[in-house]
Structures are given as structure tokens and as C-alpha cells.
Design a protein around this ligand. Structure first.
Ligand SMILES: Cc1cc2nc3c(=O)[nH]c(=O)nc-3n(C[C@H](O)[C@H](O)[C@H](O)COP(=O)(O)OP(=O)(O)OC[C@H]3O[C@@H](n4cnc5c(N)ncnc54)[C@H](O)[C@@H]3O)c2cc1C
Length: 284
């Protein structure tokens, strides 16, 4: 199918993009990598009178190291740039691993982090990584910039707190404590497909004691979430208790890719695996 007719603006600054969005009374759409938007346009799932292309805006395509060990990642950073970045590999190996599972190479060459977060697919890797890594999402609108914690950003499938005249400009990842092990696992029917479900974990040790655990889930709720009860169960009783808690807390959907029961099974099995891997890495 072909899309319905639309107007097109190529913005050369954030201000220009925001002004074009604001002038359209909420009807315009941002165009970044086009890897989700263009198929939806062609299927006529999305229909907008105006597309604001942000690919010509300089300075949105960067990976900047911060002094706290974190990173600032510009919204137009392509998935492939994240996958191959030495800064990402060294500072956030869990993100480096997750990027290998995002779609296929051709899609990773065009898709952007800002597009993935704004698209908010509950089974997408980058939204889950943002929640796991306590990212702050920086959005620009008519009144300037605001920072949105990733935990507050996703509200429902394909829905975020972004206003129609706001664009994501960057993502800030705070640095991780020194001895932090990680685990990432997802199950997809074929490599490159969206995952049926996925789990990621970070385990921090200080002086041989686990001092902090983060577990995040994708494809198991309406949005990516932290598995708070699994985190607490891990602290109190260990891996098995955490895996059971992740299963009990999961609230997945039934669809043609997998039943809700099967997804709950994945929550338990993948939580067990990621915690085992994260503990081992934190011990090295
Ligand atoms: C066959 C196929 C398989 C895929 N598999 C996976 C997968 O396994 N895992 C995965 O995570 N993704 C997958 N994707 C999606 C891919 O990662 C997309 O790149 C991503 O979801 C959207 O990024 P984009 O830059 O292409 O955004 P676009 O398609 O340009 O835009 C997507 C949405 O976000 C909005 N938007 C874009 N940028 C911004 C911004 N800076 N500020 C505000 N709004 C913005 C757009 O208006 C639109 O609503 C797949 C896609 C395809 C076609």
C-alpha cells in the first residue's frame, strides 16, 4: 500500500522542528529513521497531514562521555552506532549486548534511539534499557527542554508522556557503580524479530556483598517496567525467589507470537538466567 498524501518539512534546528509541530495543532509527526513510521504510513495505520524530518538537525547524532561514567546519547544516534560504540561497550556492556538484538542490520543502520523511545513498543530493547539504566530522556518543546525519567516516560503500548509539539533530543545515562555485573536475555522466534519477551539485570557488589539489583522486563507488561518485587525477592532470598516473583508479577498479553502463560514462563526462566550471569560478572 501507499501512504495518504502529506506535506513534508525538513527542519534544520530543534526550534524549527518544534515550531512546525506546534503550528500543526498536534497533527504533525516527527520523522527520524522511518523504520517504524514509514511501514505504519504505508499500511495507513498512521495518517498525518505533515511530517517533520529531523535528520538535518546537527548535533543530535552524538555519543558523549560524561565524568560520572555515564553517557549523553543524541536522539538521532543510529542503532548501529550504539552497537559499535566503544564508549557504550565499555561503560554499558548490557546496552551493547541488547543492541545486537534490535531488528536486522539494515534497520539498525537507520533506526534511532529517539525514534525507538518515542515509538514505545513494549517489546523493544531500547525502552527496556532506558528503564533499566535509569535514563533521563531530554525533550524539547515550545517552552524549552525538560528531563523525563525513563520510569515515567512510557504510559501504554506505543504511548508516552511526550506532548505532540515535543521532540526527544537526547538521552542521559548515569554512570554505573564500579563492580556491576549484567545479564541480558530475550526470546524471539527468529533473530531480528521483535522479542516475545526479554529480561535484563544489573547486580552491584561492594566488598563481596550485593548492594543493589535492578531487573527490567520487556514484552511482559503494557510498557517496559522494573520488576520491583523480583528485585526485593532477590535481595531477601536469592535467584529462585526472584524468578518466581518475576513470573507472578508479569501481566503479559496473548497474541499470535505467544500465549500469556508462555510469556510468564519466559519471565521466570529469563530472570533466572540474567541474574545468574549478572552475579557471575559482578564476581570477576
Ligand atoms: C522488520 C522490523 C523489525 C524490527 N525489529 C525491532 C526489534 O527487534 N527491536 C526494536 O527495538 N525495534 C525493532 N524495529 C523498530 C526499529 O528499531 C525502529 O528503528 C524504531 O522503533 C523507530 O526508530 P526510527 O528512528 O526509525 O523512528 P521513526 O520510524 O522515524 O519514528 C517512530 C515514531 O517515533 C516518533 N519519533 C521519532 N523520533 C522522534 C523524536 N526524536 N522525538 C519525538 N518523536 C519521535 C515518530 O513520529 C514516530 O511516531 C523493527 C522494525 C522493523 C521494520
Amino acid at each position: 500500500m501507499k501512504p495518504a498524501p502529506f506535506d513534508y518539512v525538513r527542519a534544520s534546528s530543534v526550534e524549527e522542528a518544534v515550531a512546525a509541530l506546534a503550528a500543526s495543532n498536534g497533527d504533525a509527526k516527527v520523522l527520524a529513521g522511518g523504520q517504524s513510521l514509514v511501514p505504519m504510513l504505508n499500511f495507513r495505520v498512521v495518517d498525518a497531514p505533515l511530517f517533520v524530518d529531523i535528520n538535518g538537525i546537527e548535533g543530535l547524532d552524538l555519543i558523549e562521555e560524561k565524568e560520572d561514567g555515564g553517557l549523553r546519547i543524541g536522539a538521532l544516534t543510529r542503532h548501529f552506532a550504539l552497537e559499535t560504540s566503544v564508549s557504550v561497550r565499555d561503560r554499558f556492556p548490557v546496552l551493547h549486548e541488547a543492541m545486537k538484538h534490535v531488528a536486522h542490520l539494515a534497520i539498525r543502520n537507520r533506526g534511532t534511539i529517539g525514534g525507538s523511545l518515542s515509538h514505545a513498543d513494549p517489546a523493544a530493547e531500547l525502552p527496556m534499557m532506558a528503564v533499566l539504566l535509569d535514563a533521563k530522556i531530554v525533550a524539547a518543546g515550545p517552552d524549552g527542554e525538560r528531563e523525563i525519567p525513563a520510569g515515567d516516560f512510557f504510559t501504554a503500548p506505543l504511548t508516552t508522556v511526550l506532548a505532540p509539539d515535543e521532540i526527544v533530543v537526547a538521552v542521559d545515562l548515569p554512570g554505573l557503580p564500579a563492580v556491576t555485573g549484567w545479564g541480558f536475555e530475550e526470546f524471539a522466534q527468529r533473530r531480528g524479530d521483535f522479542a516475545v519477551a526479554g529480561v535484563a539485570a544489573l547486580v552491584t557488589r561492594e566488598g563481596g556483598t550485593v548492594t543493589n539489583t535492578r531487573i527490567a522486563l520487556m514484552g511482559l507488561h503494557d510498557t517496559p517496567v522494573r520488576a520491583r518485587s523480583a528485585e526485593a525477592a532477590f535481595g531477601e532470598s536469592g535467584i529462585e525467589a526472584a524468578a518466581v516473583a518475576a513470573r507472578q508479577d508479569a501481566d503479559p498479553m496473548n497474541d499470535l507470537h505467544g500465549s500469556a502463560d508462555y510469556r510468564r514462563h519466559l519471565a521466570e526462566a529469563l530472570t533466572r538466567r540474567v541474574l545468574t550471569a549478572a552475579l557471575e560478572r559482578a564476581a570477576q
